[in-house]
Design a protein around this ligand. Structure first.
Ligand SMILES: Cc1cc2nc3c(=O)[nH]c(=O)nc-3n(C[C@H](O)[C@H](O)[C@H](O)COP(=O)(O)OP(=O)(O)OC[C@H]3O[C@@H](n4cnc5c(N)ncnc54)[C@H](O)[C@@H]3O)c2cc1C
Ligand code: FES
Length: 277
């Protein structure tokens, strides 16, 4: 927790900008009504509080080097995310955080970096991509593999196109279901791992998406020779306190709010194999 204040008390933030990404997804730029926001590390999350409705965990999705603003990308799946997705520019909401562990972008210096995202899982990975590209010379190959349900569900489409114009990032996008306009890959994202070019033994893999996608992706990475301790997943569990007090986010012996959300696969593999944890 980087903020010196009480981690249980939300600070007031204003939605300075709200932009629609997809039919059910918005990105908000949040500015504190007073003072500076605490810095965050790629992979961390905030608790966003829609007044009178409730509080939910949402990952930071902005560039960690852009100080002063928290960027969050939110999919409307229920009561609180729906209320946040309907906020207009200028609206006030409560923010606690940043909380949790980070993608190991600094440990990945000198290594190939393989980033695998499924659906909205690209949002928590976006700060890591920004950090890696800001230090591009310090890494080997940088590979981004991204899968969505359909072409109309591609998040940050313009930014992916911009990253693709660079000649130092290998980007593959796949969709589960193509439409008449789609000329790219069709199939699930773990299949892209097989054909991607990187040095498995010297790679660090960062994976975020639905749990089933992360399990199959981790298996594909292991099969290719990436060591389990160099594969990192971002876990989601229901959160309440976000500081390791209430037990809501318990996952076996771990609390996802403080031991995660980013955890290495050697710690997770056994737990992911158990149903109903
Ligand atoms: C560490 C962490 C980071 C997260 N980062 C993000 C993020 O960057 N952006 C984001 O949009 N969400 C993110 N989430 C998920 C977000 O917290 C949940 O979607 C939210 O808690 C749902 O609350 P709600 O009140 O809107 O829905 P509820 O009213 O609680 O749920 C409504 C219905 O939606 C279902 N549901 C709940 N969560 C999800 C889900 N994730 N996907 C599909 N269906 C769901 C429930 O089963 C229920 O049927 C993150 C969660 C965690 C733990
Ligand atoms: S959310 Fe309370 S212990 Fe993790």
């Amino acid at each position: 927790m980087a903020d010196a204040g009480d981690p249980m008390i939300p600070r007031l933030f204003r939605a300075a900008r709200v932009r629609r990404e997809l039919h059910d997804v918005v990105t908000l730029d949040l500015l504190p009504t007073q003072g500076e926001p605490a810095p965050f590390r790629p992979g961390q999350f905030n608790m966003l509080y829609a007044f009178g409705i409730g509080e939910v965990a949402v990952s930071l999705s902005g560039d960690p080097n852009r100080h002063g603003t928290y960027v969050h990308t939110v999919r409307d799946v229920g009561a609180v995310t729906g209320a946040i997705a309907r906020l207009a520019s200028g609206a006030i909401l409560g923010v606690r955080g940043p909380f949790g562990t980070a993608w190991p972008t600094e440990d990945a210096e000198g290594s190939d970096v393989v980033i695998v995202a499924g659906g909205l899982g690209l949002a928590p990975l976006r700060p890591a991509i920004c950090a890696v590209l800001a230090n591009r010379a310090r890494h080997g190959r940088v590979v981004l593999l991204y899968g969505t349900r359909s072409p109309r569900d591609i998040l940050y489409r313009h930014e992916i196109e911009r990253w693709r114009r660079r000649l130092d990032v290998d980007i593959s996008v796949t969709v589960d279901h193509a439409d008449a306009t789609w000329r790219g890959n069709v199939g699930v994202v773990p299949k892209l791992v097989q054909h991607a070019e990187f040095d498995p033994l010297s790679s660090v893999a960062l994976v975020c998406g639905p749990e089933v996608m992360m399990r199959f992706t981790a298996s594909a990475l292991l099969e290719k020779g990436v060591p389990a301790e160099r594969i990192y997943l971002s876990m989601e569990r229901n959160m309440k306190c976000a500081v390791g007090l209430c037990g809501h986010c318990q996952f076996g012996p771990a609390f996802i709010c403080k031991d995660g959300p980013v955890m290495s696969y050697d710690r997770l593999a056994g737990l992911l194999a158990v149903r109903e944890i």
